[in-house]
Design a protein around this ligand. Structure first.
Ligand code: NAD
Length: 425
């Protein structure tokens, strides 16, 4: 039996630190706008709870390996902590803290009664068998068990996890509780109390926000999408269904381009067969970086943090960037895009559809009731459009970017909750 501690090379650690620096930069700008005092500023800049765990996992050949896992609850002033669970080899405590902080502001911006959290396990899920993945998930959940629960902290899918992961979490938690607790996670399979509309909710929200920001007919509007996973693939499809022309898409395997517009359903079938967009016969190959430089109307980063940096931002030609991913644009890139007249629809607004429908799933679970797909989509649309209108109005009123406005609203609402509750003891 051998214990393997995964290597933590600087290349893997740096992106997490960069994400946290970006999140803190954005928070500090909002805190300046709101004139928050030092004490409240420190309170809101730091997570309430941060847990790092070592997760032992038995491999198929009998070896034991140990990977690191994290759960961070950034803030719980407005309600239970809420946030996804990421399985990715590059994840670390800094990245998870940044993602938890963005969740806090996101829930506040769209007006749902949650705080912000995030979880992560530093592992490459593609290198594990299904049984290894199940053992890893169950052991990770067991390690963080005291933190989670339907009234405390509710995980959901993120990069590298899916509804099967959520089913294992629900089962592990329920076995420990002694009765079924569907409300402990969202993004579950329908058979376990999942919600209609949850699987495509983040992408539906991206579509709703994009169309609202365009403010004109989507017919013929050209789009490039980075990332073809749970967010990127349905977002590309929904935008194409709305009349946009999705001309380029990328994933880890490569990027593809078709000037006349990609057939997104055919591309999805190709990815299901071949494992990635690379080699899609109905398109030309593109270098990863070239996707950001295309002469398109809309660019949708839907992969990981730090995709648009000061290195490639000057070459972005899209007039509208819609952040399907969390933290895809660095603060330096943000300034360059703003100076060039590019509008950025920020992550904490643009990709909030996922947590909105997670909230609706949780409400259904808590009431042991279910809504139709139409009801869910209607509520999602209302919350997205209301949040978009509020953010746009604050941006215009204060003459700030949409990201700054979204942060001013989100941070402001959480600060108000803190102040109204008062400080214990
Ligand atoms: P996923 O694992 O389903 O998909 C990620 C996709 O990004 C994959 O297609 C992968 O190949 C691609 N990718 C990774 N690195 C890339 C690179 N360098 N270049 C091009 N493509 C690359 O993850 P997801 O759930 O779609 O999440 C994507 C982003 O959206 C993350 O930032 C996540 O935090 C955010 N997000 C997800 C949800 C959700 O409900 N899943 C909700 C809100 C925000």
């Amino acid at each position: 039996m051998s214990i393997m501690v995964p290597s933590t090379t600087p290349a893997l650690i740096a992106p997490g630190r960069q994400a946290l620096d970006s999140a803190l930069h954005q928070f500090n700008q909002a805190a300046d706008h709101l004139g928050l005092d030092d004490g409240l500023r420190t309170m809101l800049a730091t997570p309430r709870r941060s847990l790092t765990v070592s997760v032992p996992v038995r491999r198929e050949d009998g070896r034991m390996e140990v990977v690191q896992g994290f759960r961070v609850q950034h803030n719980v002033s407005r309600g239970p902590a809420k946030g996804g669970l990421r399985f990715h080899p590059g994840t670390d405590i800094h990245e998870v803290t940044a993602l938890a902080m963005w969740m806090t502001w996101k829930c506040a911006v769209v007006g749902i009664p949650y705080g912000g959290a995030k979880g992560g396990v530093a592992v490459d899920p593609s290198g594990l068998s299904a049984r290894e993945l199940e053992r890893l998930t169950r052991r990770y959940v067991n390690e963080i068990l005291p933190l989670i629960g339907p009234e405390k902290d509710i995980p959901a899918p993120d990069v590298g996890t899916d509804e099967q992961t959520m089913a294992w979490i629900m089962d592990t938690y329920s076995v420990s509780a002694g009765y079924p607790v569907p409300g402990v996670v969202t993004g579950k399979p329908m058979a376990l109390g999942g919600s209609l509309g949850r699987a495509g909710a983040t992408s539906r929200g991206v579509q709703i926000a994009t169309l609202a920001a365009l403010g004109r007919s989507p017919e013929g509007v050209t789009v490039a999408v980075q990332g073809f996973g749970k967010v990127g693939a349905p977002a590309a499809l929904y935008l194409a269904e709305a009349g946009c022309k999705v001309v380029a898409v990328s994933d880890v395997t490569g990027a593809v381009h078709a000037a006349g517009g990609l057939d997104i359903r055919a591309l999805r079938d190709w990815v299901a067969e071949s494992g990635g967009v690379r080699g899609f016969p109905q398109a030309d190959a593109l270098a990863h970086d070239e996707l950001f430089e295309l002469d398109v109307d809309v660019l949708v980063p839907a992969a990981l943090e730090g995709a648009i940096t000061e290195a490639n931002a000057p070459r972005v030609r899209a007039r509208l960037v819609v952040e399907g991913a969390n933290g895809p644009t660095t603060p330096e890139a943000d300034e360059i895009l703003a100076a060039n007249g590019t509008t950025v629809l920020p992550d904490i607004l643009a990709n909030a559809g996922g947590v909105i429908v997670s909230y609706l799933e949780w409400v259904q679970n808590m009431q042991a009731y279910s809504w139709s797909g139409g009801e869910v989509e209607h509520k999602l649309r209302d919350l997205m459009l209301e949040a978009f209108a509020t953010v746009k109005a604050v941006a215009a009123e204060r003459e700030i970017t949409l990201r700054q406005a979204a942060h001013v609203i989100g941070v402001g609402r959480v600060a108000e909750a803190h102040q109204t509750r008062g400080l214990f003891p």
